[in-house]
Design a protein around this ligand. Structure first.
Ligand SMILES: NC(=O)c1ccc[n+]([C@@H]2O[C@H](COP(=O)([O-])OP(=O)(O)OC[C@H]3O[C@@H](n4cnc5c(N)ncnc54)[C@H](OP(=O)(O)O)[C@@H]3O)[C@@H](O)[C@H]2O)c1
Length: 246
């Protein structure tokens, strides 16, 4: 069912993990999808081919989210290719762990650039190309609400910023009928947080459901939020976390 036929989307950090699942899902629903990545060219190219093989359209744009001019250029390139951008998914994100006495200034600046500054930049730039009625979705984290272990303060800070930014943006963009929402996943099995990784046992011990989420489950929530049934949802931060925050 091509519910997104005729729509154009931009997904940041779309070459792997949750972002790649979002690219596949939106393309399968008929959207033309551009996505950014910073280094994984091979995975980006194979994702473009995978989408094409399934009859969809995707383009990959190399743009480091820590480089704000590159982010603006990626938005402009997407608009040039597709003529407009109906859907923006701010997904690119990194995790930097360390207790407050260990975190280095450079690491603090980098995570702020990628997880927060690039969300501001992409959103501001996209608004020049987004028709009224567009959709903006951020991929935040359950850690904006619950950070139950040592070493996650700065990551939580960035995702807390996205939680608050979502509310303010929803107010700014309501008059244009553009919705802005924030998906807050719990542990999702990706290269960034593998289900077989060193944190798995601790994380599962904190959850109501004793399993990691799948990237496709997050993509399903994005699909709902950008689809025709979700037009009355804005300013919301929605948990999809296996009961991590319950
Ligand atoms: N996995 C989880 O458990 C979990 C839970 C809650 C929230 N999240 C959030 O979900 C989002 C995606 O996480 P993930 O687990 O899918 O991560 P991932 O497996 O590490 O994949 C990250 C994606 O973002 C891209 N990326 C990373 N740094 C980038 C940069 N500086 N510029 C442009 N693209 C960049 C990567 O491509 P390159 O390698 O080419 O840079 C890749 O496509 C993040 O915002 C993360 O905070 C994840």
């Amino acid at each position: 069912m091509a519910v997104l036929a005729g729509k154009a989307a931009l997904v940041t950090g779309g070459s792997r993990g949750i972002g790649a699942a979002i690219v596949l899902r939106l393309a399968s629903e008929g959207a033309s999808v551009a996505f950014t990545y910073s280094s994984s060219s091979e995975q980006a190219n194979s994702l473009v081919e995978k989408v094409a093989a399934a009859g969809g359209k995707a383009i990959a744009i190399k743009a480091d989210a820590a480089d704000q001019e590159a982010v603006r250029a990626a938005v402009r390139e997407t608009a040039k290719q597709f003529g407009k951008i109906d859907i923006l998914v701010n997904n690119a994100g990194i995790i930097v762990l360390g207790s407050i006495d260990e975190i280095k200034e450079a690491d603090f600046q980098r995570i702020l650039s990628v997880n927060v500054h690039s969300v501001f930049t992409a959103t501001q730039e996209v608004l020049h190309h987004m028709p009224d009625g567009g959709r903006i979705v951020h991929i935040g984290s359950v850690n904006s609400e619950r950070m139950p272990f040592v070493g996650g303060s700065v990551y939580a800070l960035t995702k807390g910023a996205i939680f608050s930014f979502t509310k303010g943006l929803a107010r700014d963009l309501g008059p244009r009928n553009i919705t802005v929402n924030n998906i807050q996943p719990g542990p999702v099995d990706t290269e960034g947080n593998p289900a077989s990784g060193p944190f798995a046992e601790t994380l599962l011990g904190l959850m109501a459901l004793k399993r990691y989420g799948k990237a496709e489950e997050i993509a399903g929530m994005v699909s709902y939020l950008v689809g025709p049934e979700a037009g009355y949802i804005t300013g919301a931060s929605l948990l999809i976390d296996g009961g991590f925050a319950a």
